[in-house]
Design a binder for this molecule. Structure first.
Ligand code: ADP
Ligand code: 5GP
Length: 199
């Protein structure tokens, strides 16, 4: 038996602080067919963040230059900073046979769903707004003003959750991870992506 597989683009979105990074880190650790697309951002690095690993941290001028060069698959201004997915990251990784995970905001996710209809789209929801607030303050990476801006954006983002193929509530990390892993396992077996060749 021979098997032919096609890689896929997986969009993980949701409000800031819902747990996207937590869930995709577990996915990447446990499924070696997946890789992450490192985005560019004009945001300053947080303590412990590494250039080229968490993001490519760039200046506004560099960002504008990339924009003019049409280097982005999608890009968006999010909570006061600019973010973008590089075409070069996604295309090279897909061509090498990886399935590529994007952790992007809901504006970017909608753009990718439009230009890449074959992508798998997953929106993570918090169990409540109060819990989202707790997570943002508990993460201790953003100042109160930035957190409040993220929280007020969250309401509109959550209203759009039904645009995605899948909604997963991140109430418990292990349960949410298992659900996302199950979605990816099933999506890999679609006939458009998986062909068992009987010899
Ligand atoms: P995002 O990438 O969506 O901004 P993070 O993955 O950074 O969110 O998670 C935000 C904070 O919430 C982190 O401190 C993380 O440890 C915590 N967290 C994530 N998932 C859960 C959960 N299910 N229950 C409690 N805390 C969580
Ligand atoms: P943070 O500043 O907390 O790392 O990310 C803020 C938001 O920007 C998150 O919702 C994250 O998903 C989103 N984001 C990260 N990279 C990109 C990207 O390349 N494009 C878009 N549209 N959003 C991104």
């Amino acid at each position: 038996m021979r098997e032919e597989r096609k890689s896929m683009l997986i969009v993980i979105s949701g409000p800031s602080g819902v747990g996207k990074g937590t869930i995709y880190s577990q996915l990447l650790k446990n499924d070696h067919s997946l890789t992450f697309s490192v985005s560019v951002t004009t945001r300053a690095p947080r303590l412990g963040e590494r250039d080229g690993v968490d993001y490519f941290f760039i200046t506004q001028e560099e960002y504008d230059r990339l924009l003019a060069q049409d280097a982005f698959l999608e890009h968006a201004a999010v909570h006061g900073n600019c973010y973008g997915t590089l075409k070069s990251q996604v295309e090279a990784k897909l061509a090498a046979g990886w399935s590529v995970v994007l952790d992007i905001d809901p504006q970017g996710a909608r753009n990718v769903m439009n230009i890449w209809p074959d992508c798998v789209s997953i929106f993570l929801l918090p169990p409540s707004y109060e819990e989202l607030r707790r997570r943002l303050y508990g993460r201790n990476t953003d100042n109160p003003e930035a957190i409040e801006r993220r929280l007020s954006n969250a309401r509109g983002e959550i209203e759009q959750a039904s645009l995605y193929q899948y909604n997963v509530v991140n109430d418990d990390v292990e349960r949410a991870y298992q659900r996302v892993a199950a979605i990816i396992a099933a999506e890999k077996l679609r006939t458009t992506r998986y062909k068992p060749v009987v010899e």
